[in-house]
Ligand binder design. Structure first.
Ligand code: HEM
Length: 499
């Protein structure tokens, strides 16, 4: 008996020793790598609770609730410089708006950083693994599946977009009376995206959604809200079952699965032949590549999550800026007039240089999403931001979080000039899109929907200018942040249109 006890103690002792030695070896490796690469720590944000960082978490929650998250984060960068480190809810975070670091994370040192551990556990029961939620080989495969389809979407027939635009026009008063266009554009965005993704528009603008579609929409919003809570709870989510979320996932899955089944049935019935003029639908295109129904569903929902209300928010924000910058509006109007009264084609839109500058500028001042984050998948180094001069490389331990804030990066006066906060499309005559412009990300994970969405945004803006001779602001209030995954105007965008 005594012998057995001694041997158990010896085993425990040996295990403990191995763990301690292993940890010391790791620390030594860390130290030597950091020293050999000349690494120095980033400036550290002073905290009352440096161990768990609860104070930082509470402050960031307060700033979010007060709709001043961007300005609060900006004040931290003004205090610390372009890079700083903080403990937040028990995790180490590096905040940086240093373009060299952005380039390193997004492109040069791409393999060392990932987002799957941040996103997938929270959203897995809803959207599952796909292009938006995974890393590594699964991600490359998922991306290779959707990217060519989204690229093809850039050139697709604009007559469908005109159809949705006409539905929007019916709801816009033409006598200059005030209307908040943001929710209308959001509805139009959902109609467009649902048609492209699933082959059938939800019909929000025409108010002719079926019972199934209404149920689907309401489930999407419950599932989004559920994911928000799951993000906040982190690993604690297992202790908080959420029946509403589970039900919402079931409804969403069943709706998408019906569409997948319908596609395969139509193929089996010989109805869906390869027709050159067939409308481009993501679900159908995916189903041509694989018969793995679960993967098709995940990929469709991944793209839905990424596409969200992107186009509608950018159009709303751009109208907000145009209505408050009459000179810019006038110059854009001249360009629109130069193409004549016809509905624009893809090539015409592509040729409109000033329009593109206006959109670039809108996305510079109000990027969506405002933040882009990653987690270090292994020990690595950020090229700059450490030491007292902020120029030394920074050693990053596996598990550390990286956050770049495009809203602040895009307003950095050293990078954009002293007029960085002003809406000036003219700056794009000479400005190039480097790593200091993160509207669509960069590197291997750059937004694959960029071309498609820019065509849509351009089309709607041109058509609005063709339809209305006056577009004026009907609201004195400033732009107010409202952050979900993306960021829109919490005051809405209230305008007056005269035809
Ligand atoms: C103006 C609207 C949009 C903006 C500003 C935007 C911007 C972005 C950004 C910043 C990323 C993150 C890149 C990263 O993680 O580094 C992203 C990813 C993505 N976007 Fe967009 N996006 C927009 C619209 C769309 C649309 C309409 C679609 C699809 C139809 C789309 C599909 C995707 C996908 C699938 C990803 C994930 C790519 C990956 O991780 O490989 N986006 N987008």
């Amino acid at each position: 008996m005594e012998y057995k006890l001694i041997s158990i103690w010896n085993t425990f002792g040996a295990l403990a020793a191995i763990i301690v030695i292993n940890s010391l070896i790791q620390r030594w490796r860390t130290f030597t790598v950091a020293r050999s690469r000349g690494c120095k720590p980033a400036p550290r944000h002073r905290q009352r609770d440096p161990f768990f960082g609860l104070d930082f978490f509470v402050q960031s929650m307060k700033a979010s609730l007060g709709r001043r998250r961007m300005e609060w984060t900006r004040s931290l960068f003004l205090k610390h410089g372009r890079t700083f480190q903080v403990t937040n809810f028990g995790k180490e975070f590096i905040f940086t708006i240093e373009p060299t670091n952005v380039q390193s994370v997004m492109a040069l040192d791409f393999e060392s950083w990932g987002l799957e551990p941040l996103r997938l556990p929270a959203v897995d029961p809803y959207i599952g693994p796909g292009v938006f939620t995974t890393d590594g080989r699964f991600w490359s495969h998922a991306r290779a599946q959707v990217k060519p389809i989204l690229s093809k979407g850039e050139f697709s027939d604009l007559s469908r977009l005109e159809h949705h635009f006409q539905n929007l026009l019916h709801l816009v008063p033409r006598d200059g009376s005030p209307i908040d266009v943001q929710p209308l554009l959001e509805q139009m965005g959902t109609d467009v995206v649902s048609e492209f993704l699933l082959g059938e528009s939800i019909g929000l603008l025409t108010e002719n959604s079926s019972v199934d579609q209404k149920e689907f929409m309401s489930a999407l919003s419950d599932a989004d809200a559920g994911c928000g809570k799951r993000f906040l709870l982190g690993k604690l989510r297992v202790f908080f079952p959420d029946k509403k979320f589970d039900k919402a996932c079931e409804v969403v899955h069943s709706y998408v699965d019906q569409k997948i089944d319908a596609y395969f049935k139509s193929v089996a019935d010989g109805k869906n032949t390869a027709d050159e003029n067939e409308r481009l639908v993501l679900l159908n295109e995916l189903a041509k590549q694989t018969d793995d129904r679960k993967l098709i569903r995940s990929q469709v929902l991944n793209v839905l999550q990424a596409a969200e209300d992107g186009a509608s928010i950018v159009i709303s924000n751009t109208l907000f800026f145009l209505s408050r910058n009459p000179k810019v509006l006038e110059t854009l109007r001249e360009e629109v007039a130069s193409i004549g009264g016809q509905t624009p084609t893809y090539d015409v839109l592509k040729s409109m240089k000033y329009l593109r500058r206006v959109i670039n500028e809108s996305l510079r001042l109000l990027p969506l999403p405002p933040n882009n984050s990653r987690v270090a998948l292994k020990d690595t180094v950020l090229p700059t931001g450490g030491g007292s001069d902020g120029k030394a490389p920074i050693f990053v331990k596996k598990g550390m979080m990286y956050i770049t804030n495009s809203y602040i990066l895009h307003r950095d006066e050293d990078l954009w000039g002293t007029d960085a906060d002003e809406f000036k499309p003219e700056r794009w005559e000479t400005q190039r899109q480097g790593w200091h412009y993160q509207a669509f990300g960069g590197g291997p994970r750059t937004c694959p929907g960029q071309g498609l969405v820019l065509t849509q945004i351009s089309y709607v803006l041109v058509r609005l200018l063709q339809e209305f001779k006056t577009i004026e602001s009907r609201d004195e209030r400033p732009w107010l942040e409202k952050i979900k995954l993306t960021m829109c105007n919490g005051n809405g965008v209230v305008l007056g249109f005269v035809s």
